[in-house]
Design a protein around this ligand. Sequence first.
Ligand code: NIG
Ligand code: FE
Length: 430
Amino acid sequence: MPSHPPLLLANIGQLLTLRSASASSVPRRGADLKQLGILHDAAVLCLGGKIVSVGTSKDALRDPWVREKLKKNRKNVTEIDCSGKVVLPGFVDSHTHPVFVEPRLVDFEKRIEGASYEEIAAAGGGIRSSLEGVRKAAKADLTAKVLTALRDMAAHGTTTVEAKSGYGLTLESELKSLEAIQQASARWPGTVVPTLLGAHVVPKEFQGCSQKYVEIVCKEMIPQAARRKLARFVDAFCDKGAFAPEETEQIFAAAERHGLNVRAHMGQLSETALGPFLRFHPASFDHMDHVSDADVASLAKTDTVATLVPGANYFLGMQDYPNARRLIDAGVAVALATDYNPGTSPTISMPMAMSLACTHMKMSPAEAITAATINGAWALKLAERKGSIEPGKDADFAVFDVADYREIPYWFGTNRCSLTIANGAVTAGA
Ligand code: NIG
Ligand code: FE
């Protein structure tokens, strides 16, 4: 990690600290989702890529230790004037699929003509139609695609990204995809969390014998990705047309044996009982359009986050969106993510996901911000370092050229992020 000059964000119009309202360290739920910890006329000082002091302009710099540090470094402090702007933690986009080669324009047109996601997949479109491009691609070309997406994300305020493989679906091409994620992340100042999604769909070579493919995932992909430290999570698409609950359990068990955490695409197209998966302590269940009342109640008792990805519902032209109010009101910890991918959600914009959450899922702007920052960090098991502006945490910020935080989801389809800082380094907008 390069050493960064000390950084002072000064005269901040509205600072959303997202600092925890209570001492207990758990994902935000219920009424706590609305607590943004707002300070007016605020300042934040960072040293060595970490936040050291946060407060009103008067208070933040009063601490004797901070004054001493500042005095020593005053000459090389980078001071950024944030007057009239909103500063918040960099977004944590906890669900993306950036390793693909081509957009899926034929699927896009077919859907406009009335075909459903499942019909397109059954006719040879969908996830399977992205495989050939990735299998044939040079690693350097995949790396370039991922890096372009990461830079675009940073320009929209994102500083932490979960990035999945899942468009190769052979041992070699899944490892190549994870290596591309690793190489792109080494060239990007933000933080990338790699996930193996070998269980995205059963490739056509294994149609009718999915168990053979699951064995490759469990006995080859997971052990190799773990041994080479290419993935921190294992994901599976558990749904009709993808992997069955029993197969998903096998995949989770293999991940656990190899020391990897688990997450799953769950309830996107149909309802699956969640009980059998809870013993693996999944960091997150993602999509969650379909979930039973009993499972909502049991999820509310766990730290498993429900990650909602309304970009997919929007892009598939759906009338229905995940029922965020039902989840929040029952006490489930909810996060928001883009689900950036070529089939269902070709957007890198967290503000767009937040805007959809407000307009279509009736989340308040404050709830959407919490879901896109600290709860995203919980969904990646990174809440100790990410998702709020508190001393000791990583210096990750999004600066928006708006006077009021509610404008972030309000101005949809346009980018009001004027500066992004990741791990203390100015990443975009300078
Ligand atoms: O999250 N549901 C599975 N995976 C993606 C879609 C991937 C694709 O269509 O390429 C999703 O929506
Ligand atoms: Fe996804």
